[in-house]
Design a protein around this ligand. Structure first.
Ligand code: ZN
Length: 196
C-alpha cells in the first residue's frame, strides 16, 4: 500500500494541448536517455490519459516534444518509445477521436494492422502488434510524434466538414503560443472512448 501511495504522490495529470498549439505540429525528438524522467513522463501520460479518459496519448499532447506514447485498449495499458511502424495494405473504416480536439469524432481511414517496433521505458526493444482499434491507436499516436494530426488522414470531404466543426468549437482558438492551453470541460464520454 505504502509503495503504491508513494508512486501516486509523484504522478501528475497534465493539461492536454489543443489543436492550434504549435507543439502538435512539430516533429518530436528521439528519446536518448532511458532514465527516471522518462519513467515519470510515461506515468504522467498514463494518468492524464486515464483521467481524460482516452484510449491513447502522445507526449507532444502534454507539451513534451519526445517520441513517447501510451495507450489503454482492451483493458491493457501500454507504452512505446521511439516507434517505427509497418502497416498492412488492408485498410479499416471507423471513427476516431483525438484528445486535442475535444468532443469531435470522425471517419478516419487507417491500416487494419500495424506492427510497431520500439523500446519500453527501460530501454528494452519491444514489438507491438495490433489490429482494429490498437492498430488505429498505434498509427494515430505515431503520427502525433511526427506532427501529423488525424485531420491530415481524412479524405478531403470529411476534412472539410471537420474543419468547419473545429472552427465552430468552443475550445478553438484558445490554445496560445508557449502552450498555456486552458483546461476545457468536456463530457467524460465526449469521444466515445475513441479519444487518442
Ligand atoms: Zn490525438
Amino acid at each position: 500500500l505504502s509503495r503504491s501511495l508513494k508512486y501516486h504522490k509523484h504522478m501528475a495529470i497534465q493539461p492536454i494541448r489543443l489543436f492550434g498549439d504549435p507543439v502538435l505540429v512539430t516533429p518530436a525528438s528521439e528519446v536518448v536517455n532511458f532514465d527516471k524522467e522518462l519513467r515519470q513522463l510515461v506515468a504522467d501520460l498514463t494518468q492524464t490519459m486515464q483521467a481524460a479518459p482516452g484510449a491513447g496519448l502522445a507526449a507532444p499532447q502534454i507539451g513534451v516534444p519526445l517520441r513517447v506514447f501510451v495507450w489503454d485498449i482492451n483493458d491493457e495499458l501500454g507504452h512505446l518509445i521511439n516507434p517505427s511502424l509497418d502497416l498492412s495494405a488492408e485498410m479499416q473504416d471507423g471513427e476516431e477521436g483525438c484528445l486535442s480536439f475535444p468532443n469531435l469524432v470522425y471517419e478516419t481511414p487507417r491500416s487494419f494492422k500495424a506492427v510497431a517496433k520500439g523500446f519500453n521505458m527501460h530501454g528494452e526493444p519491444v514489438v507491438i502488434e495490433g489490429t482494429e482499434l490498437l492498430a488505429r491507436c498505434l498509427q494515430h499516436e505515431t503520427d502525433h510524434l511526427n506532427g501529423v494530426l488525424f485531420i491530415d488522414r481524412m479524405n478531403s470531404e470529411q476534412r472539410k466538414i471537420a474543419m468547419k466543426e473545429i472552427r465552430e468549437s468552443e475550445w478553438f482558438g484558445v490554445a496560445t503560443e508557449g502552450g498555456k492551453s486552458p483546461i476545457v470541460k468536456v463530457s467524460p464520454h465526449s469521444t466515445f472512448g475513441l479519444g487518442l
